[in-house]
Design a protein around this ligand. Structure first.
Ligand SMILES: Cc1cc2nc3c(=O)[nH]c(=O)nc-3n(C[C@H](O)[C@H](O)[C@H](O)COP(=O)(O)OP(=O)(O)OC[C@H]3O[C@@H](n4cnc5c(N)ncnc54)[C@H](O)[C@@H]3O)c2cc1C
Length: 421
């Protein structure tokens, strides 16, 4: 891997998005001799997988798959990585694109050793977006405990000029550069792979689910962070706000998915994510009551066995019924209201914590359309290999990691062919 800001070359492959899909494309293409430019808008690579506590089917921590990829990346000088970077303009055509990139300032240069001296003196704080705002970091921070490239970031919007000077003075390696400015780079590439992934669907858009009205209502991605040893509670699953150890949990499936007012499509992984998160709860709270409200359960192929195992849990009840409303209770809990589709009865279930199984919304929806890419009606990027525009992973469709990496490998092959025309 060559660090960002090295001289760009021509005829290579541009990979947009440094999640598991983008990493796979970049490595597959570079390891057969292509020059690859991998750009990522975050200050770190790894995408959403880095935020998971464990991932199915093996329930291993994200470091498992990501670290191998980072090692391959470090050892490959054909890949140039640009973090905090986005595509501004694309012109030209298949085999010969001209792409304008913009890199935002990190304010920390490559001298950073991660010694943490800057954090020690920094008194300003920012909401920790990696943990969905459930805790804070200092204004100068490492994005997360295994972030790669291992370099800190200074959030100037959260830092006063006086504190920024203190942060600079504390660095004995001269790594803090307060004069950094946004930079523009133009590349020539033969093919572009869009691996821009997904964002959690905004739960505030579903008025009936009251996400913004109670700390007892979280999303499935917040649950991943609450269960993670690197998360805001060190892996204890506590209710945000009052740190209560919940005795009862409710999962609301299809929160925004398969709904023409929100996301029309099935997000594919939410049922499995819930099954997995039940194992997180069971490990910490052997006696807790768990209720799962669902339309139907979709755990295709090899995931069926996992579902069967979890459904044998005698303290977990599966209720077929779409949640109509959530009532906020005075004691900090909430009551989930649904109609049981099997019995026709109204169900009112009070619990300490609700987890909304929010779906995956394509992250490139608006930008892709603005750049003139072919998009489907849900905002996924349509692959047009003949045009040298290829999509991979969750930029193409909602998928699990295995399916995403398969699609990334196929995308790499198309990109290699295109770049050698
Ligand atoms: C609650 C939950 C739990 C899950 N658990 C599992 C599990 O246990 N096992 C499993 O197999 N799958 C799981 N998944 C699915 C898994 O997260 C996806 O399969 C995986 O993230 C797909 O990787 P990706 O690289 O395609 O997308 P992402 O992980 O979203 O990565 C895309 C990358 O592109 C970057 N990017 C976006 N836009 C731009 C831009 N304009 N310019 C530059 N960069 C950009 C993003 O910052 C990100 O780094 C889960 C999903 C959810 C919702």
């Amino acid at each position: 891997m060559t660090d960002e800001h090295s001289a760009p070359g021509a005829g290579g492959v541009l990979v947009v998005g440094g999640g598991i899909s983008g990493l796979t494309v970049a490595l597959e293409a570079a390891e057969v001799g292509n020059d690859v430019f991998l750009i990522e808008k975050n200050p770190y690579l790894g995408g959403r997988v880095a935020q998971l506590n464990q991932y199915f089917p093996k329930l291993c921590p994200p470091s498992c798959g990501l670290e191998i990829n980072f090692k391959r990346l470090k050892n490959n000088r054909r890949i140039r990585v640009y973090t905090m970077t986005e595509v501004k303009k694309v012109s030209g055509g298949p085999g010969n694109y001209e792409v304008e990139l913009e890199t935002m300032p990190r304010y920390i240069n490559s001298n950073c050793t991660g010694c943490n001296d800057c954090v020690e003196v920094c008194t300003d704080e920012r909401d920790n977006d990696f943990n969905f705002g459930m805790d804070k970091t200092k204004a100068v921070y490492r994005p997360h405990e295994m972030s790669f490239p291992m370099r800190y970031v200074l959030d100037m919007d959260a830092c006063s000029p006086e504190v920024a000077q203190k942060v600079k003075a504390a660095c004995k390696y001269d790594a803090v550069d307060l004069e950094m400015k946004p930079e523009t780079v133009t590349l020539n590439v033969g093919a572009i792979v869009w691996a821009t992934g997904w964002n959690p669907y905004d739960p505030a858009k579903m008025d009936n689910l009251k996400f913004n009205e109670s700390n007892a209502i979280i999303t499935n991605m917040m649950m991943e962070r609450l269960a993670s040893p690197g998360g805001p509670t060190g892996g204890r699953i506590l209710r945000p706000g009052d740190d209560k150890e919940p005795e009862s949990f409710a999962f609301v499936q299809c929160a925004g998915s398969r709904d023409e007012n929100h996301l029309e499509f099935c997000s594919y992984i939410c049922c499995m994510a819930t099954m997995k998160q039940i194992t997180y709860i069971r490990e910490r709270y052997p006696e807790a009551k768990i209720y799962v409200f669902y339309i139907d359960l979709r755990t295709p192929g090899k995931y069926e066995k996992f579902r069967e195992k979890v459904m044998n849990d005698e303290n977990t009840q599966f209720i077929k019924g779409k949640v109509a409303d959530i009532k906020i209770e005075d004691d900090g809990g909430v009551t989930v209201i649904a109609e049981n589709a099997m019995t026709g009865n109204k169900v009112e279930q009070k619990v300490d914590l609700v987890i909304l199984a929010t779906g995956m919304e394509p992250a490139f929806k608006e930008q892709g359309a603005a750049l003139g890419l072919q998009m489907d009606s849900n905002g996924f990027v349509i692959s047009d290999a003949d045009q040298g525009m290829i999509s991979a992973g969750c930029a193409k469709k909602a998928a699990d990691v295995v399916t995403s990496t398969q699609s990334a490998t196929a995308a790499a092959l198309k990109a290699i062919q295109m770049s050698r025309r």
